[in-house]
Design a protein around this ligand. Structure first.
Ligand code: PMV
Length: 334
């Protein structure tokens, strides 16, 4: 960790991208490879020093705010729910304060383009950008590896056993082949990968879905284990197809991957409606993305069919938006 000269700035803003998991969610929890892409929607964290020792957090888009004094939370907006949602941000800054060996209060303001609780990595993008902004404000320069570790740790404190895929992509950006406990590979994907995200707006909890898959695996180990392994093989074939720019194969593999996720019980009828609508309107492939059980799906489509696929998802009851991959991970904003 380098100490940088004390900053003249009294506020630092950093941002980090959202993500879509193209292959391997859930199976990644059991050590299989997954493929994840950073997309051009970002969370922005602005951090300022306070005169007292409180950590005050204002999440503008979630309309939640309040302050932590030690473990005690005082809500301003959003009531008791605000404590649960803002706690990972508090954990993130506390870790930076410990790393910088400083005891000071901080004001953190979060603005974000990323839909929350939708499987797009909003909380990791918020934690990662907060860590970057707070560390710069406090005069320490963390490596990307250190930012990833701190963001992972603050997620772990809240969610138990996350794979780490979300903080990894929020930190590094681009396209990653990710495997729990191994170094990530940044993939060189030159092809444009035109994607449409469809949001069912059905709320769900990733933690509960991860637990449901674990339960299913315990009850039917000989059936579920091979499905998990096949999920990993799909991700490896997808890596080759992405590198070659063979989007037709990528689409086929997305469809098969979705079938496996349905088989382990993490789809939802609202997701199925959007996935089928996308395929029927000409998408090369479509699947749920992230934890499932609601949240979002992702469709891959040729450029000329993007609008048609987007409209079909909306007609099937979702909200939809087109996204591009972005190479930029966490960064300090000018
Ligand atoms: O729903 P999200 O964006 O939190 O994605 C979860 C991905 C899982 O593989 C289901 C869980 C994990 O920790 O990797």
């Amino acid at each position: 960790m380098n100490v940088v000269p004390s900053l003249a700035k009294e506020a630092v803003t950093a941002s980090a991208p959202a993500k879509v998991i193209l292959f391997g969610e859930h199976f990644v929890v059991y050590g299989e490879p997954a493929v994840v892409i950073a997309i051009d929607k970002r969370a922005y964290a602005t951090v300022k020093l306070r005169k007292d020792e409180r950590i005050h957090i204002d999440s503008v888009d979630m309309r939640m705010s309040g302050s932590f004094k030690g473990a005690k939370f005082q809500a301003e907006k959003g009531g008791a729910k605000a404590c649960v949602k803002l706690e990972p941000v508090k954990n993130a800054v506390q870790q930076v304060l410990a790393a910088a060996n400083k005891k000071t209060g901080l004001d953190i303001t979060i603005n974000s383009d990323i839909p929350v609780s939708a499987g797009l990595g909003s909380s990791a993008a918020v934690a990662t950008s907060t860590i970057m902004a707070a560390s710069r404000l406090l005069g320490i320069e963390l490596s990307r590896e250190q930012i990833f570790r701190l963001a992972y740790e603050s997620e772990r404190l809240v969610h138990g056993t996350p794979s780490g895929i979300d903080p990894a992509i929020a930190t590094y950006g681009g396209t990653l082949q990710f495997q729990k406990g191994k170094d990530f590979d940044s993939l060189n994907v030159e092809a444009n990968v035109p994607l449409v995200i469809g949001n069912t707006e059905v709320e769900r909890s990733t933690g509960e879905l991860v637990a449901a898959v674990r339960h299913m695996r315990e009850r039917h180990r000989y059936i579920i284990e091979p499905i998990i392994k096949t999920g990993g093989r799909i991700a490896l074939f997808a890596v080759e197809a992405l590198k070659k720019g063979d989007l037709e194969s990528v689409g086929d593999l997305m469809n098969v991957n979705h079938g496996l996720l349905s088989a382990v019980g993490v789809s939802h009828e609202a997701l199925e409606r959007l996935v089928y609508a996308a395929r029927k309107s000409g998408a090369l492939g479509a699947k749920l993305t992230g934890g499932g059980g609601g949240g979002c799906m992702v469709a891959l489509a040729e450029e000329k069919k993007l609008n048609r696929v987007t409209t079909a998802i909306v007609r099937a009851g979702g909200t939809a938006f087109q996204v591009r991959k972005t190479d930029e991970g966490v960064r300090v904003e000018p």
